[in-house]
Design a protein. Structure first.
Lengths: 285, 294
């Protein structure tokens, strides 16, 4: 019941307890992952054997390969970053064009197109992955058979991973940018044009500053979603594995706490990005 | 004058064409054509080296092999159960955020619900593995508390998979629930209360009808994501987790039987689409409204 109505004491107590239990459920796995990044033991398991930074800085001398010495892990973080930058760039650009198209233009089939833009969100990621994989290799096969071209970029690898992730992250960027653009007061642009501003000047001085928070927000979301993507990536990955795929493989084998260290690293990274985004969103004084 | 008008019209058309190009390339080359290709793959059969004929053999295999459709049904049923459990756990929390907590407390609670989902699912699953495996934290705790004599294996059960699925899905349920509950006018609840309605009647006759779009949106997204999940069932359920996405992976990547994998993919897509359509029908909602509101 709502606060304006009488609520018995037991109900208040039960609500507080429920919220506390829920928060514990949410944060327990994350706290556990972080804590065991510092455990002085070869496996991330109890009992607690003392504090160590080996899983971050360990090298051959200590017999433990820490995060900052693990070339494979560092390489996969870099791979994930490169993929995420491309996905972010493509998604935000396409999302902005889509938002302008749907909010500003009138044409036949607009309704259908705007519904079609939502469809990637309800296709399971694994299926996006296999459909793009089979389409790309069909084209590559065709090019090889008929044009004698070896289109390496259509074979499983990073370019396909970027396209696969972009195929659904573009929807999310479009939704974020459309929401902001639909609340834009167009008389501002008309006023500027009446005062003699060129189209480019209007775009630069009015529309882009207005869209800034949504552009930053959608870029941050696109980056994080790309970094975290697993399903689509798994189907399209070639030789160089991004972080999630590498971590998955190692978790199957029963890994050392170096995975906890990299996880903690990711958590801090995500938190910083989220903070930066909230700052970017806050109204400027 | 006329020439200038025609010129600006042409310019407007050009601008519209340029704006449309990304959408058409994206949806055409990455969504529509790949799915056509997948459909074609699933409807053919290899009869010789690089020689294929149209056939329904892939789908026949699926129904002929109990192993395949058992896993399919199991995935569907566990996803439905996970969706329902997520809804039941998330609803009170969404209620607290939208109706009970005020100002800063509500914002903080909402943020707290979002934070875990900024972090990749792999990390969260690693946390559950450390908590639940035989040498993990919870079994050790149970021994220490004297509840079990020896550490028990808490991984690799169906209930473990369920915990992981519900955990991963929570955000996608809470966000639409909160936004639909926030728009519910408190005076309606007060009026019902003044007229003598109990908590249950208010819930059934006012809250649920009002929140139906949010409930539908949450359930559709959670069901779809659960159905398509890969990490959680395979890591928490172990080698024989029996999840359908794993079968698709096996056919496509391990066995390189793309025709069979494509048919499996389409079956999963059909199930997921059917659930979206049924969900929308039940709630009397339109796809664009439900998905666009997020």
């Amino acid at each position: 019941m709502i606060p304006s109505l009488p609520r018995p004491a037991w109900l208040r107590g039960a609500t507080a307890l429920y919220v506390a239990a829920f928060l514990a459920f949410l944060f327990l796995p994350l706290v556990i992952v972080s804590v065991f990044a510092f455990n002085n033991a070869p496996y991330p398991a109890p009992p607690w054997q003392g504090f160590t930074l080996d899983w971050f800085f360990g090298n051959d001398a200590s017999g433990r390969v820490g995060l900052f010495q693990d070339g494979e892990l560092l390489g996969s973080i870099w791979t994930s970053c490169v993929v995420a930058v491309w996905v972010t760039l493509l998604s935000v650009l396409a999302g902005f064009a889509n938002a302008l198209l749907i909010e500003r233009c009138e044409f036949r089939g607009k309704q259908a197109l705007s519904v079609m833009m939502l469809v990637p969100l309800v296709i399971p990621g694994v299926i996006l992955g296999i459909s793009i994989l089979s389409f790309a290799s069909q084209i590559a096969q065709f090019a090889q058979d008929h044009l004698h071209l070896d289109l390496r970029m259509l074979r499983p690898g990073l370019p396909l991973v970027v396209l696969g992730q972009f195929s659904y992250i573009a929807t999310i960027a479009t939704l974020t940018l459309r929401a902001r653009l639909s609340r834009f007061d167009r008389t501002l642009e008309e006023a500027a044009q009446n005062l003699g501003a060129s189209r480019a000047a209007v775009l630069r001085t009015i529309l882009l500053p207005y869209m800034r928070p949504a552009l930053i927000g959608s870029a941050a979301i696109a980056f994080l979603m790309s970094f975290a993507d697993f399903n689509t990536t798994l189907m399209l990955v070639g030789g160089r594995a991004p972080l999630t795929v590498l971590m998955y493989g190692r978790m199957h084998e029963g890994a050392t706490p170096v995975l906890n260290a990299v996880s903690l690293f990711l958590m801090i990274g995500s938190a910083l990005l989220a903070l930066a985004m909230l700052r970017g969103r806050a109204p400027r004084r | 004058m006329n020439g200038a008008a025609a010129g600006s019209r042409r310019q407007a058309l050009l601008r519209q064409g340029l704006l449309m190009a990304p959408a058409l390339l994206w949806l055409g080359l990455l969504i529509v054509l790949p799915h056509v290709e997948l459909a074609v793959l699933s409807l053919r059969e290899q009869v010789g080296p690089r020689h294929y004929v149209p056939s329904l053999a892939q789908y026949r295999t699926f129904f002929a092999e109990p192993e395949y459709w058992h896993v399919f049904l199991r995935t569907a049923w566990m996803s439905a159960a996970a969706t329902l459990i997520t809804l039941l756990i998330a609803f009170p929390i969404a209620w607290v955020i939208a109706k009970i907590a005020r100002g800063r407390a509500a914002t903080l609670l909402f943020l707290a619900c979002l934070i875990p989902f900024w972090i990749s699912e792999t990390v969260r699953t690693l946390g559950w593995m450390i908590l639940l495996r035989q040498s993990g934290v919870l079994p050790a705790l149970l021994v220490k508390l004297g509840i079990t004599a020896a550490p028990i294996e808490m991984l690799y059960h169906d209930s473990t998979i369920m915990v992981g699925l519900v955990y991963t899905s929570m955000l996608f349920m809470i966000v639409p629930l909160v936004s639909s509950l926030e728009s519910l006018d408190n005076s309606l609840i007060e009026a019902a209360y003044d007229l003598g309605a109990g908590g249950f009647a208010v819930l059934r006759r006012i809250v649920i009808p009002h929140a139906a779009p949010g409930i539908t949106a949450g359930c559709i997204v959670v069901f779809m994501l659960t159905l398509g999940n890969y990490i959680t069932p395979t890591l928490l359920g172990g080698k024989n987790s029996g999840w359908f996405t794993e079968q698709i992976y096996t056919q496509f990547i391990t066995r390189f039987n793309w025709e069979q994998g494509a048919a499996f993919g389409f079956l999963l897509l059909a199930l997921s689409t059917a659930m979206v359509v049924i969900g929308l029908r039940l709630a009397g909602q339109r796809f664009g409204d439900v998905m666009g509101s997020r």
